[in-house]
Design a protein around this ligand. Sequence first.
Ligand SMILES: NC(=O)c1ccc[n+]([C@@H]2O[C@H](COP(=O)([O-])OP(=O)(O)OC[C@H]3O[C@@H](n4cnc5c(N)ncnc54)[C@H](O)[C@@H]3O)[C@@H](O)[C@H]2O)c1
Length: 405
Amino acid sequence: MSTRPAQLRALHLENIHPEGAQALAQAGFEVDRRGEALREDDLIAALDGVQVLGIRSNTVVTEAVLDAADDLLAVGAFCIGTNQIDLAAAAQRGIAVFNAPFSNTRSVVELAISEIIALTRRLTEKDQAMHAGIWRKSASGAHEVRSRRLGIVGYGNIGTQLSVLAENLGMQVMFYDTADRLALGNARRCESLEELLSSADIVTLHVDGRAGNSGLFGEREFALMRERAIFLNLSRGFVVDYEALRDHLVSGHLAGAAVDVFTKEPKSPGEEFVSPLRGLPNVILTPHIGGSTEEAQHDIGAFVGGKLADYVRWGSTSMSVNLPGLALPETTGGHRIVHVHRNTPGVLAQINGLLAADDVNIDAQFLGTWGEIGYVITDVGAELTEATCEVLEKLPETIRLRVLS
Ligand SMILES: NC(=O)c1ccc[n+]([C@@H]2O[C@H](COP(=O)([O-])OP(=O)(O)OC[C@H]3O[C@@H](n4cnc5c(N)ncnc54)[C@H](O)[C@@H]3O)[C@@H](O)[C@H]2O)c1
């Protein structure tokens, strides 16, 4: 059974924003903040005596790491993606994983808005000409965004927020999503992608990274777009065929594009960025910075740090990506039994039977299950005997037991 050590310790790698350590420090953690990512062997050594690990996208948390990390209770991915963590292996060891799915939503939306305006006014061309000493004062091909039709493909966290801000600029918003989504404000839902493509002056992609979206946008989709329309992709690189986009820009069918995500992105600043879109006029290329603002990093730090602290302090798994989600109230005295188990019939009955036999009354109980994993929180007022805790821990279904007081 995990009991609270004299000093709780957290390890933060990859320059996580200092805000990420705040909530943990307030929860009594000593936080070791480092700039680098660690490779497997070094990570295993560094995790000795550590209850909480914080990483970004460059530290890989393998099953071997999780196996060796006896003290580890939770991993925080201070980013959006969690592919770098073996989530199933973590769940099977009762280690909760959290990420920040929407802390940088606003940053992406603001970049999209700025690019929509810049492309519609052909600002990059004007800027380049000025830097080359050319004064080209002309209204030709430059438009206001007011009244223009914005087609949003993927109406999730980012798509909906973009919808609201674009309407505030006077744009007519339409969207297409494969799931049922509530249309915000005056936005109009399209029945098909084709309907959106044939109606919008600006098409912007905000779909998620599911495998089925690979190649979603190619020659056929670009051909369906309106003459002199503008295209943006700030979602995932593999969604778009950029050769096809180039053809439609070079032919003049499309008037401009902004792209932030690419099929192949350089791994380090020294590696050359290679793309068929380089060198084209009225094309804005950015190095996957849609969510990269200081505000987003601050918010990610606060969000994930808070989730980790809440899990360690009172077992809350709200928005965990690998354990059943229970948004729990703080404990108010007494003891809280935190039990991660294999999800088979009768576990709850066994726990309650053991407590009843020990004459322990249950004040409150919360259960969540997700696939093979069950998670039950039991609040009790009475003292728990060591013998009861030992039996609970030895149940064949028990993965991890903690008692919080
Ligand atoms: N450029 C960046 O730096 C950056 C930063 C954050 C997020 N993103 C990416 O932006 C995208 C959107 O993020 P989000 O938080 O809004 O995601 P989300 O999961 O909230 O929304 C995605 C939406 O797309 C819809 N969708 C999926 N496939 C579709 C399809 N083929 N056609 C139509 N709709 C489809 C889903 O139903 C969902 O409503 C993600 O791919 C995310 O990884 C990029």
